[in-house]
Write a protein that binds this ligand. Structure first.
Ligand SMILES: C=C(O[C@@H]1C=C(C(=O)O)C=C[C@H]1O)C(=O)O
Length: 186
């Protein structure tokens, strides 16, 4: 779903102006720690809702470049904070990574962050950022999960992506902050 969003390395100018460098949104987007852990601290109740898993999906050139293979396994989830959908997350791993760490294929409602951030040798790449157009937000609403995402954002939505790597596996994690996420309101 996120493959064709316009990813760029630097936090674009709009982020600096609409959500200046001290703003809550900017801090959330640039936080290198576990988003799962941060949400657990922030919410009374946190849960992962599994939307979809797909094996052997063909990767775009930039995804293939990140993961070093042309096909991979995709997992899409919502991260809910007190039953509000805060984050749409899509994670991609190569088939080799899945063979090396079979737990990646059987997470179900368990958070990926809790598997990866427990590893002492976890590394994160630099973030890329994307601001969704109204059309991209609409497509996500229609194709991914009509009910909880069926809300019209009154401002552009922000996403980030980076590779989380442990020695046996690299995972390209894209995270879109949905309209209900409180950093947009702060
Ligand atoms: C990568 C993390 O895990 C989160 C949990 C995910 C999942 O369970 O599929 C996906 C992306 C992340 O938002 C994290 O906690 O930072």
């Amino acid at each position: 779903m996120d493959a064709h969003w316009r990813w760029q390395f630097a936090a674009p100018v709009q982020l600096a102006s609409t959500a200046d460098s001290n703003s809550s949104l900017s801090h959330w987007l640039q936080d290198t720690g576990s988003l799962t852990a941060r949400l657990r601290q922030h919410c009374k109740q946190f849960r992962v809702q599994l939307l979809n898993t797909r094996a052997n999906v063909s990767l775009t050139p930039s995804q293939a470049n990140w993961l070093g293979e042309t096909h991979g396994y995709c997992r899409e989830v919502l991260l809910l904070c007190d039953e509000q959908p805060w984050i749409y997350a899509s994670s991609l791993y190569s088939n080799t990574a899945l063979q090396a760490v079979p737990a990646l294929g059987g997470l179900g409602q368990k958070a990926l962050g809790e598997l990866l951030f427990d590893h002492p040798q976890l590394m994160r790449s630099q973030f890329e950022f994307a601001q969704l157009t109204a059309l991209e937000s609409q497509q996500l609403t229609q194709q991914v999960h009509p009910s909880p995402l069926n809300m019209h954002p009154n401002r552009p939505l922000w996403a980030r992506r980076s590779v989380l790597a442990i020695p046996q596996a690299s995972v390209l994690v894209s995270e879109l902050f949905l309209p209900a996420a409180s950093p947009y309101q702060e």
